[in-house]
Write a protein that binds this ligand. Structure first.
Ligand code: 1GP
Length: 233
C-alpha cells in the first residue's frame, strides 16, 4: 500500500498550546489547501487541548494526524487518519529515540498499528524547544545529515525522514544533502517557512514542506502562499 504522504506537498502543523490570530478559525486553516493537518507541539500539550483542535478540524475535508510529544497525550478518535510518532535520531537521551516509544507500547496494549507510523527526526536548530527537550546534538554538517538520513531509511526502514529546523529557515545545502540521501523515504522539511518563496525553495529538495508557527502568527493567507510555493516546487 502506498503511504498517503508520498502524494503530499504540504503539512500544516497546529500546536494545541498556541492561539490562532484574531478572526482565524481551525476550519479556515483546514481549507488552505494543505494536504494534512498534524496536531502536535513540544510544550504544554495535553489530551484536552489536542482533542479540542481535533474536534474543530474533524468536520473538514483534510487528512488529520496526531503527532504526540509523549505517550500520555495520545488520543483515540476515529476522526484521526493516524499517528505520526517522532523518533529523534540525534537526541542526547535514548528516551527520545526508543524510550518513550517502549513505554507507550508497554502501557497501551491495544495500540492501533495500522494507523501508526514513525517520523525519523533530525533536529537542527539548537535554540528550538524540541532541541532542548531532547538534548539534541545539532552540530551536524551536510555529511552527518546525509548519513543520518541513510541510517533512518536503510538501517531502520523509516518511511519518513523529518529534517527539523523549527523556528528558523534551514541551510539549503543540508536539505539538498538529505534529499540526495533518500531513495524511497519521504523527506519532510520543517522550519521557518513563511511565504511562497521559502516554501518553493525548500520544496525543491524536500518532498513535503511542514509549516508551523506561521498559522499561529500570521493566519490563513500566509499559509495559503506556502501551500502554493510547496506545490509549485
Ligand atoms: C515545527 O517543523 C515544524 O515542528 C515547523 O516549524 O514553526 O518554524 O514553521 P516552524
Amino acid at each position: 500500500m502506498t503511504a498517503p504522504w508520498s502524494d503530499w506537498d504540504h503539512i500544516l502543523k497546529i500546536d494545541p498550546d498556541k492561539d490562532l490570530p484574531d478572526g482565524v478559525t481551525y476550519g479556515d486553516l483546514c481549507a488552505t489547501g494543505t494536504d494534512a493537518i498534524e496536531i502536535g507541539g513540544t510544550m504544554g500539550i495535553t489530551e484536552e487541548n489536542t482533542a479540542d483542535v481535533l474536534s474543530a478540524c474533524a468536520e473538514h475535508d483534510v487528512a488529520l494526524y496526531q503527532e504526540p510529544s509523549s505517550p500520555d497525550v495520545v488520543i483515540e478518535d476515529d476522526a484521526l487518519d493516524g499517528y505520526l510518532i517522532p523518533t529523534v535520531l540525534n537526541a542526547g537521551s535514548p528516551f527520545w529515540i526508543t524510550g518513550a516509544h517502549k513505554e507507550w507500547v508497554r502501557l497501551d496494549t491495544g495500540l492501533d498499528w495500522d494507523r501508526t507510523s514513525t517520523e525519523a527526526y533530525i533536529v537542527m536548530n539548537p535554540d528550538a524547544d524540541v532541541a532542548t527537550y531532547t538534548e539534541a546534538d545539532c552540530d551536524l554538517d551536510a555529511d552527518d545529515v546525509a548519513a543520518y538520513t541513510e541510517v533512518a531509511e536503510r538501517m531502520f526502514g523509516q518511511d519518513i525522514v523529518y529534517l527539523e529546523y523549527s523556528g528558523m529557515l534551514g541551510d539549503e545545502d543540508i536539505v539538498d544533502a538529505a534529499s540526495h540521501a533518500t531513495d524511497e523515504a519521504t523527506l519532510f522539511y520543517g522550519g521557518g517557512i513563511h511565504d511562497y518563496d521559502s516554501a518553493a525553495k525548500m520544496g525543491q529538495y524536500a518532498d513535503v514542506i511542514v509549516v508551523g508557527d506561521l498559522a499561529h502568527d500570521e493566519g490563513v493567507e500566509a499559509v495559503r502562499e506556502t501551500v502554493k510555493g510547496a506545490s509549485d516546487a
